[in-house]
Design a protein around this ligand. Structure first.
Ligand SMILES: [Zn+2]
Ligand SMILES: [Zn+2]
Length: 310
């Protein structure tokens, strides 16, 4: 079902193994398709645990992306704690690139509690492109890892770490055959959008951004054109957005408009507002299904297979 034929058919959903009830059961293996996505945190701004959010999940942003043997981690909010625990449970040393959109806390708060950082066998490379010198990703993360914001947990880190700064529009040299393109998003303090191409399939990770008042962001339209999956900031409803214009977040409808204009195959709504409980998320899911059938709303534990095996 997820063969090459399904890529060509816009009306065919991606293989969606919705495992919302199977959290923490282990990281994905990525053997059955070109790329495998698994969502470990889908909530924006701050965690939203509790009975009212149990179906969509309360952890902040973290997505696992397997491209063949390569592990990429997209943002590291509180969901990274759960991913780290699952990776540690495999006993296999972790070698991963952690692509950060920016360093607002909902995107990095899980890092000091990410188990592989305490494993001397682990190799972790952190990438950031939203800060201008003399600031950089290492300086920003270190600030968040030490007193008075935390105990000095980073002194206990044992992994081999590397910190890589880049500027928007750079292609990141992660591995041969794996293309990682970057672009600037429209967000206070800047943020980075990523496009990852592997084995003929593509995923765009576009969160914490807002279109200009006069229409769709032309740069973003170019950047996401023709991608298989676009994970997209859908923080606000249309009703909520007007009083929050300029705050750097978007709506599900703007995501659907962008996906249509850019011929994106599958839209995945993400960065859910902490005040949107499960029934509010169900209403958004129904609305986007009517507006753009086959769109998905990210849930903790949801797994997507993208493309065919290389
Ligand atoms: Zn955010
Ligand atoms: Zn932000």
């Amino acid at each position: 079902m997820a063969g090459r034929q399904s890529i060509a058919r816009r009306d065919q959903p991606l293989r969606n193994k919705d495992r919302a009830r199977a959290r923490g059961t282990g990281p994905v293996t990525g053997n059955g398709s070109a790329m495998t996505l698994r969502f470990w945190g889908v909530r924006g701004t701050l965690p939203a645990p509790g009975a009212a959010t149990v179906r969509y999940g309360g952890n902040t942003l973290c997505v696992e992306l397997r491209c063949g043997p390569h592990l990429l981690i997209l943002d590291a909010g509180s969901g990274a704690h759960v991913l780290g625990r699952a990776l540690a449970a495999t006993g296999v040393p972790v070698d991963a690139d952690i692509l950060l959109t920016h360093t607002h806390l909902d995107h990095i708060s899980g890092l000091p509690f990410f188990a592989p950082l305490y494993d001397p066998r682990a190799r972790l490379r952190f990438w950031g492109g939203h800060l201008a010198p003399p600031d950089g990703i290492r300086k920003a993360l270190l600030l968040s890892w030490q007193a008075p914001l935390q105990p000095n947990l980073h002194a206990e880190f044992r992994a081999h770490t590397a910190f890589r700064d880049f500027v928007p529009e750079d292609d990141l040299p992660l591995h041969p055959g794996l293309r990682v393109a970057t672009t600037a998003l429209r967000h206070p303090g800047n943020a980075i959008g990523y496009r990852i191409d592997w084995g003929g399939a593509s995923v765009c990770y576009i969160t914490d951004t807002e279109h200009p008042p006069d229409g769709l962001d032309r740069n973003l339209l170019r950047f996401v054109a023709g991608t298989d999956v676009m994970i997209y900031d859908a923080t606000y409803t249309e009703t909520e957005y007007p009083s929050r214009a300029g705050w750097g977040h978007s709506t599900w409808r703007a995501g659907a408009d962008l996906a249509d204009a850019a011929a994106v195959r599958c839209l995945v709504l993400f960065h859910h507002h902490p005040d949107h409980d499960d029934s509010a998320m169900d209403a958004i899911a129904a609305a986007v299904e009517e507006r753009r059938p086959g769109s998905l709303v990210a849930k903790e534990g949801m797994q997507l297979e993208v493309g065919s095996p290389p």
